[in-house]
Design a protein around this ligand. Structure first.
Ligand code: 9Z3
Length: 386
């Protein structure tokens, strides 16, 4: 527990101690060594070519409730932001490490994998028992296929999956540290929806949490009966005031805060890379304030603020020394007129048209990030740190 850290610890050592403690207490994912080997080879290859490389994190992190996990708490993200951004980074010439939640959206396949249509709906039978794309989908599919093949053939995309919050943090720390040889050419673009709370391992049940006291009673009665010995041990049943089977228990979950590692990332894991984090809120009144607060606290390079309800339509760039910059896809308001894309405050979600925007907002976000990254590289070169 973090309370084990001595109270006299100087503040500058706290982040390092919290890091050592967290990573010692929470076991790494079983694929970590394999992922590190793949990432090292990929990063060294692109570093030698002098190419820019971005680590894109994507999708939600789970919070397991049991060590042998049956139940977990999840974050809502499907990985749309991350997978779409990865495609535009590839288009901009970046090599991409895509650290994503297992089975969430992937670059390129996202166009077909989680669509409301099954991918089979895009296919038809061709001549001589072959399978081909339907005529109306072929042109678009060919376009996506060519980009996908190009990324794969030129070794520009590395996919690394994670599941839980601790898997994610182990992977992030290792990949960020491997990116050091890239210096300022390295970019970290943290779009994953990261849980703020978790069950620490010392409070986590090994086995599936039981919903009745049958097992307790069974153990107490030395395996002879699952009936509780007395009334007080009985708990709750919706339907039966004197049940002959054990009653259901309610479950109270006590979560600890996940340590904030952005400071460790900025100062230790990847001190020369440009770091972009996302800030997600639901209340428009606090979004910019929270984004600015995060920037001041962690001293990184850019926070992209977005609201759950409007995240596909607008984001706000908050960066040191710059005015807030809203980036918005052009749209016609419900009433007809073209909306003011320069407006310096959140749009009213009620003014947005139904459905998805015609333009993917990531096609505007990535060139803007790329521009800031170019400036960052220049500044670091001038400082002699590149
Ligand atoms: C984001 O804000 C992403 O843009 C979304 C993308 C998760 C909203 P979708 O996958 O959604 O396209 O559906 N990501 C960051 C969320 C986050 O956990 N940020 C932390 C915070 O807000 C800081 S690292 O405290």
């Amino acid at each position: 527990m973090l309370s084990d850290i001595p109270s006299e610890t100087p503040p500058e050592n706290l982040a390092a101690l919290a890091e050592d403690h967290y990573f010692a207490a929470n076991p790494p994912p079983k694929d970590l060594a394999n992922h590190v080997a793949l990432a090292r080879e990929f990063i060294d290859y692109h570093a030698a070519a002098g190419r820019r490389l971005v680590l894109v994190t994507s999708g939600g992190t789970t919070v397991p409730l049991e060590k042998q996990t049956v139940r977990f708490i999840d974050n809502f993200s499907a990985g749309t932001r991350g997978a779409t951004s990865a495609e535009y980074f590839l288009e901009a010439g970046y090599a991409v490490v895509f650290l994503h939640r297992q089975f969430s959206l992937l670059p390129f396949s996202r166009h077909y994998s989680h669509a409301t249509d099954c991918f089979l709906d895009f296919l038809r039978e061709g001549p001589n028992g072959s399978v081909v794309a339907r005529d109306e989908d072929a042109a678009r599919m060919l376009h996506v296929l060519r980009k996908y093949r190009d990324a794969r053939d030129r070794n520009m995309l590395l996919l690394l999956p994670f599941v839980s919050i601790s898997d994610y943090l182990h992977e992030l720390r290792n990949v960020a540290q491997l990116m050091r040889p890239l210096g300022p050419q390295g970019l970290l673009y943290l779009a994953a929806a990261v849980s703020d709370f978790f069950v620490p391992p010392d409070r986590m049940s090994e086995h599936k949490i039981q919903s009745t006291n049958a097992v307790d009673a069974f153990k107490k009665n030395n395996g002879s009966s699952s009936r509780p010995a007395n009334e007080e041990e009985e708990t709750f049943d919706n339907f039966d005031s004197s049940p002959t089977v054990p009653r259901s228990k309610s479950l109270i979950i006590d979560l600890d805060p996940v340590p904030k590692f952005l400071k460790n990332l900025v100062e230790g894991w990847s001190p020369q890379g440009m770091i972009v984090s996302f800030k997600l809120e639901t209340d428009p009144a606090i979004l910019v304030h929270k984004a600015r607060y995060s920037l001041d606290r962690y001293q990184h390079h850019l926070v992209i603020g977005n609201l759950l309800s409007t995240r596909k339509w607008e984001v706000v760039f908050v960066s040191p020394g710059n005015p807030d910059r809203w980036i918005r896809v052009p749209f016609r308001k419900n009433g007809g007129g073209l909306a003011d894309t320069e407006k310096e405050e959140p749009v009213d979600p009620k003014s947005l048209p139904e459905g998805e925007p015609e333009v993917e907002i990531e096609s505007l976000i990535i060139p803007a990030v790329q521009g800031l990254h170019s400036k960052y590289i220049q500044t670091m070169e001038t400082k002699g740190q590149a």
